[in-house]
Design a protein around this ligand. Structure first.
Ligand SMILES: [Zn+2]
Length: 227
């Protein structure tokens, strides 16, 4: 089984301990981490890099971050955008939206895959998505996906939106896995040591009654990354 971890972080790289994991998408949360990741990718060809400002880390954000992000993305066409998003349980939603929109817009302009964190703000994300034509959007990964059935139906209208999971529980996961087509499902650790990706894939395989799902998920991940 070949697996790519579709969403992890620089300070929690767990792929080294999981034999089947041949690559990891490494997301950043602030500008300091951009520098660390730039250094890490020089020493590894198994890291797929995403640069962004996470909604939990907007408090100390310096002005002009968007032009620094743009310059960074332009240095390498494989660099992606993430982790960016909205979180209802964190302060200053107005600033969260402003920071998210600047980064989202930049990713659309440069056509880079986007890794989104969303907690309790799905209608705001949908509102922003609807400001764009579907054909101009890059690939978008909804990480640690937690939307309800209605939100999922809305998001499934977009060909280039994918969904990744780091756990499958009876409240959300099973229903969502049943609802989402196999060609839109990815798996991730989100940097958590206790997430075993091969076990997660087996659970999904069981729910979908599909023995070949590992290969499909691997291909979904490559397609999401490669745009
Ligand atoms: Zn994350």
């Amino acid at each position: 089984m070949k697996i790519i971890d579709a969403h992890s972080h620089i300070d929690f790289m767990t792929h080294r301990e999981q034999m089947d994991v041949v690559g990891t998408v490494c997301c950043t949360v602030d500008e300091f981490q951009w520098e660390v990741l730039l250094d890490m990718v020089k020493h590894s060809d198994k890291i797929y890099s995403a640069f962004g400002i996470h909604p939990w880390y907007i408090k100390f954000l310096d002005d002009g971050f968007e032009s620094r992000l743009e310059n960074l993305l332009k240095t390498n066409s494989s660099f992606m955008v993430g982790e960016i998003g909205l979180d209802k349980y964190k302060p200053d939603m107005d600033k969260q939206i402003a920071v998210f929109e600047k980064q989202f817009d930049l990713a659309v302009k440069l056509h880079r895959t986007i890794f989104i964190h969303c907690v309790g703000a799905w209608d705001k994300i949908l509102h922003i998505l609807k400001q764009y034509k579907q054909s101009e959007l890059p690939n978008i990964l909804m990480h640690s996906y937690n939307g309800n059935e209605r939100i999922t139906n809305e998001l499934l209208n977009y060909d280039n939106i994918m969904f990744s999971f780091n756990k499958i529980d009876e409240y959300y996961g099973i229903g969502r896995i049943q609802q989402i087509p196999t060609n839109k499902i990815l798996v991730e650790t989100d940097g958590k040591r206790d997430v075993v990706l091969s076990g997660l894939i087996n659970e999904i395989s069981h729910i979908k009654q599909d023995d070949d799902i590992a290969e499909t998920i691997y291909n979904n991940t490559l397609q999401t990354i490669n745009g």
